[in-house]
Design a protein around this ligand. Structure first.
Ligand code: KG4
Ligand code: ZN
Length: 336
């Protein structure tokens, strides 16, 4: 079985072919970062137009690189939400049109579910598992029971974790997207220089709050008359360390609350961060958990994760009708 996956929910225009055995035949991606960088973040309208321009090319390249014709594809999967609706409409309409004229099944993929299932593509992880989903729009702890079955244990009450990386980078004058820039800058910095708050961490909840942390960074930055590169490095390191402590503490609490779960997956763009990954692995391995994180290129948005989610649905015989509406919001817990 081979599925074509299409991803257009944010600023990556991507298409990929993945087999039922988990072989990635092709994984083609056009990053719109340069298009959006001068605006300091993703401009939805600009993004949607760029998806329209580049998606046909990505799909053609995915098929050519994979050495597969559309006839040989068993299903066409596309992100149908959540995300920037203009982009989601472009990708889902393209997939539906291709499914219609090639008489192939169409699979409407929830972008968050695609992140959640990627570790099954890369590490063949079995259900159930604990999941820390950390991306530009989300920060959640979930119990993954199976395909389309999620129990939300905790969620971000304000800024998502990736969003806080992006906002802090902006405060420091670092380019968009902030996550990789902060990680790079932090390698040269002193993580102990700035004492930053850990909002809500003493409260008995699995929810997250990052907006107070971002505000604290702004106050510290405002105290410095002229920000030097070393100030930037030190703040990046202090911020990254604080975020890591928050994520690790909450993950340990989730592990304690659900002792039956022995596998722990981290996924989403922020999971590409090697510092966070290292600390999470260290803390959870000590508690006897197996920690699984897809490689960085499969943590950030890509087409292979959509194609793989398509495989998961198709082998359960689940497909969607062509009148499935694209959704700007589509929480994982609503899939069940
Ligand atoms: O999953 P993703 O590619 O798109 C969404 O679904 O949101 O995540 C993008 C987010 C951005 O906020 C970006 O700054 C963050 O992931 N990110 C990182 C790193 N790479 C990407 N955050 C921290 N460290 C990184 N290395
Ligand atoms: Zn994503």
């Amino acid at each position: 079985m081979i599925v074509l996956g299409i991803e257009t929910s944010c600023d990556e225009t991507a298409a990929a072919l993945v087999t039922e055995e988990g072989e990635i035949l092709s994984n083609i991606l056009f990053s719109q970062i340069a298009t959006h960088q001068s605006f300091g973040g993703v401009v939805p309208e600009v993004g949607a137009r760029a998806h329209l321009t580049y998606l046909p090319l990505m799909i053609r390249q995915a098929l050519e690189t994979g050495g597969v014709s559309l006839d040989q594809v068993d299903g066409i999967a596309a992100t149908c939400g959540p995300g920037l609706i203009g982009g989601v409409i472009v990708g889902s309409m393209m997939a539906k049109a291709m499914a219609a004229f090639s008489h192939k099944p169409f699979i409407a993929i929830n972008h968050l579910e695609a992140h959640a299932l990627t570790a099954r593509l890369t590490h063949k992880v079995e259900f159930p598992y604990l999941l820390l989903l950390v991306s530009g729009g989300h920060c959640q702890l979930l119990r993954v029971n199976g395909v389309a079955s999620y129990t939300e244990l905790g969620t971000a009450l304000d800024d998502a974790v990736g969003e806080s990386f992006d906002k802090v980078a902006r405060l420091l004058g670092l380019p968009y997207p902030g996550g990789p820039e902060i990680e790079k800058a932090a390698r040269l910095g002193d993580p102990y220089r700035f004492k930053l708050p850990r909002p809500m961490l003493t409260q008995k909840t699995l929810n997250f709050s990052f907006s107070g942390l971002k505000t604290a960074v702004r106050h510290e930055v405002e105290k410095i008359p002229v920000l030097t590169d070393q100030d930037r490095y030190d703040m990046a390191a202090s911020f990254q360390k604080t975020v890591t402590e928050i994520l690790v503490t909450r993950s340990l609490q989730a592990v304690e609350a659900y002792p039956d779960l022995k596998r722990f997956v981290m996924a989403g763009g922020v999971a590409a961060n090697q510092y966070i990954r290292g600390h999470l692995e260290e803390a959870l391995t000590q508690k006897g958990l197996t920690v699984l994180v897809p490689n960085p290129a499969l943590c950030t948005d890509n087409g292979a994760m959509i194609a793989w989610a398509g495989i998961e649905y198709l082998r359960l015989g689940k497909t969607h009708s062509l009148d499935f509406d694209p959704r700007p919001r589509w929480p994982l817990k609503s899939l069940t």
